[in-house]
Design a protein around this ligand. Structure first.
Ligand code: GLP
Length: 302
């Protein structure tokens, strides 16, 4: 015991009591560790607060609705559209084509037949049209709209607008842009291509573009071949489309998607990406309300 005590009060070369220096060192590094840990904890708390606020802001604008299947997805979208028309009989709708919105149009026709809504004073603007197909070609989007919706309801055909795919493209582009500038769309319906295109805005399209013409990407041509007897040669290669700027000008947007081939596109939007190579992610910079209504398969990667 005495030996030990003696050891403790032994001085080192600098005159410090032996052992005390190590203790001081240990307590110094202990303090540094505590400060570091506190800084890290504070940083984590700040990050968590920022993340929560961002999520809150985001979920306020983007509302994800996961439906059990295609029919439920269509009903939910039609209910939102019908509510708008009830509240504003002069509503201006932005319409889409493709297989996705067909069920929604069927639901809207039911509501019209039940006298729940009237389209008498509603105006519509479609997203896009193939270049080179005449209006009455069964695969033109003009024909699609007439066949799937307009002929079944009381809309005034003069109030329906679809970009012209025939004639001088530059003139058609200018006319459609002018029309859109004079008519603010209250509610825009969107489908999405497998590669994330909206309207015919293919990956790489500048988000600031207005109405423009476009060369379709190979996978869009392949995807759409099913409407042209699976003959790639019959699918038009060019189209005229609203630009992403026009789409984002709409007050409210409903994006619909069903099926596993849309799951990546939906995942990319919900991850809050903004990527020019995935056009649908432009919805993340939309200033108004966005409903994303998907079936379980399209939501499978969330
Ligand atoms: C076409 C249309 C798009 C549509 C897309 C998806 O390319 N231009 O507006 O969203 O097809 O089509 P579908 O709904 O048939 O999957």
């Amino acid at each position: 015991m005495k030996e030990n005590e003696k050891e403790l009060i032994d001085l080192d070369e600098e005159g410090n009591i032996k052992g005390e220096k190590e203790e001081k060192k240990a307590s110094k590094s202990n303090n540094t560790f505590k400060i570091l840990a506190t800084v890290i904890i504070i940083a984590i708390i700040i990050c968590a607060i920022i993340f929560t606020l961002k999520q809150y802001k985001r979920t306020n604008r983007i509302e994800l609705i996961i439906a059990n299947d295609y029919d439920e997805m269509s009903e939910k979208a039609a209910n939102i559209i019908a509510e708008l028309i009830k509240n504003n009989p002069n509503a201006i709708l932005g319409l889409a084509t493709g297989s996705t919105p067909i069920g929604t149009y069927i639901e809207l026709i039911k509501k019209f037949n039940n006298k729940e809504i009237s389209f008498k004073n509603v105006k519509t603007f479609n997203l896009d049209e193939y270049i080179g197909l005449d209006q009455f070609h069964p695969q033109s989007y003009y024909y699609y709209m007439y066949d799937h919706l307009f002929k079944h309801i009381d809309i005034n055909l003069n109030n329906t607008h679809i970009p012209k795919g025939e004639g001088v493209t530059e003139t058609n582009i200018k006319e459609y842009e002018d029309l859109l500038n004079k008519n603010k769309i209250n509610l825009q319906i969107l489908g999405v291509g497998r590669n994330g295109h909206i309207g015919f805005n293919e990956p790489g399209t500048d988000f600031g573009l207005g109405v423009h013409d476009v060369m379709l990407h190979n996978n869009t041509i392949m995807d759409n071949a099913r409407f042209f007897e699976n003959d790639l040669n019959k699918v038009p290669k060019k189209a005229i489309t609203m630009g992403i700027r026009n789409i984002l000008d709409a007050e409210t947007i409903i994006l619909m998607a069903n099926g596993t081939n849309k799951a990546d596109a939906i995942k990319n939007v919900m991850e809050n990406k903004v990527d020019v190579n995935i056009p649908v992610t432009a919805l993340n910079i939309h200033k108004g309300k966005v409903y994303i209504i998907v079936d379980k398969k399209a939501a499978s990667k969330l």
